[in-house]
Ligand binder design. Structure first.
Ligand code: S0N
Length: 272
């Protein structure tokens, strides 16, 4: 089915488009298999921030341009001393900030993997909430082969998906895995032919959009909190406060203060 995606903003390295509650963020550097440079990551962070603020967006899809690659990780052409270097000459590893954004986004993020997901590109799909892959997708880490590693989400969260032994195999050997192998090891939710990849992803998104946004938000927070320590608890607790603000009980405290009277909390139920 033809979809009229609406382009939300002009970027150099990515596209941000929306359609009926779904935001699609596409890494648009097919010449380098959608490898990212600091500028790409800067734009991705901004796009995810826009998706967070937008009331009409309920789910975000992350993908790569073309049929060869989802993302091949850091752009090796701009790797210098201390990180990846753009025109400003400053070395950066700002992709870690992107990982945090994806994880914190209080809306589901679906990786639509349309080819290679390698190195830092593999980590990007690992940090997404769900992964739908095309049959030609290939997964793997390459860091120890090309002089890098991600000992953060890219290894610890990966191990939560596939187990410790498999995570160590993936990192120590730097082998590549087919979409079917990735699905078998719990790294991917579903594998479909490339020509229906977007169709299938949209179907999943449409189902997600029918679910309660607050329930999805709290589930994502809870699943993260178990792994993210105090930072995860902070986000879960922040949403509990958000819900409390919506209750008359919290409003009574604020109203009493503004009306310069004692609050009357006695009328509120003390649930067993
Ligand atoms: C993807 C591979 C396996 C595809 O092989 P294939 O099909 O033989 O195609 P190629 O001819 O190799 O590639 C096609 C064209 O694309 C260019 N290209 C591919 N990948 C990159 C890249 N990463 N950077 C720059 N260019 C790339 C090729 O050069 C080729 O161009 P032309 O036609 O002009 O020759 C194969 O391409 C491959 O192995 N790619 C490299 C994968 C890789 O090693 N990526 C980098 C891994 N490291 C990172 O991602 C860094 C991680 C990181 O920054 C980090 C650090 C700490 C914490 C977190 C992270 C994080 O990112 O998560």
């Amino acid at each position: 089915m033809e979809r009229n995606w609406i382009s939300e903003k002009e970027y150099q390295d990515i596209r941000l488009e929306t359609w009926e509650g779904i935001a699609k963020i596409t890494i648009n550097r097919p010449r380098v298999y959608n490898a990212f440079r600091p500028q790409t990551v800067k734009e991705l962070i901004e796009a995810f921030d826009i998706c967070r603020e937008r009331q009409d967006v309920g789910v975000v899809v992350l993908t790569g341009e073309g049929d060869k690659a989802f993302c091949s990780g850091g752009d090796q052409n701009v790797k210098g001393h201390g990180g990846y270097i753009d025109e400003d000459g400053v070395p950066r590893l700002n992709v870690l900030d992107l990982h945090k954004r994806i994880r914190s986004l209080p809306k589901p993020v679906v990786a639509m993997v349309n080819g290679y997901a390698i190195g830092g590109g593999h980590v990007l799909h690992v940090v997404c909430d769900l992964t739908i892959a095309s049959e030609n997708a290939i997964f793997g880490q390459s860091g120890p082969k090309v002089g890098s590693f991600d000992a953060g989400f890219g290894s610890s969260y990966l191990a939560r998906h596939v187990g410790q032994k498999k995570a160590r195999e993936i990192w120590f050997l730097c082998k590549q895995y087919s979409a079917v192998e990735a699905e078998k090891m719990g790294l991917v939710n579903k594998v479909v032919p490339l020509d229906i990849l977007e169709e299938e992803t949209i179907e999943w998104c449409k189902i997600i959009l029918q679910r309660s946004p607050m329930a999805l938000r709290m589930i994502k927070r809870g699943l993260n909190a178990e792994l993210d320590g105090q930072a995860g608890i902070m986000e879960l607790a922040g949403d509990a406060t958000l819900m409390f603000y919506l209750m008359e009980e919290a409003q009574e405290g604020r109203n009493a203060f503004l009306e310069k009277r004692d609050p009357d909390f006695k009328k509120f139920p003390k649930f067993p």
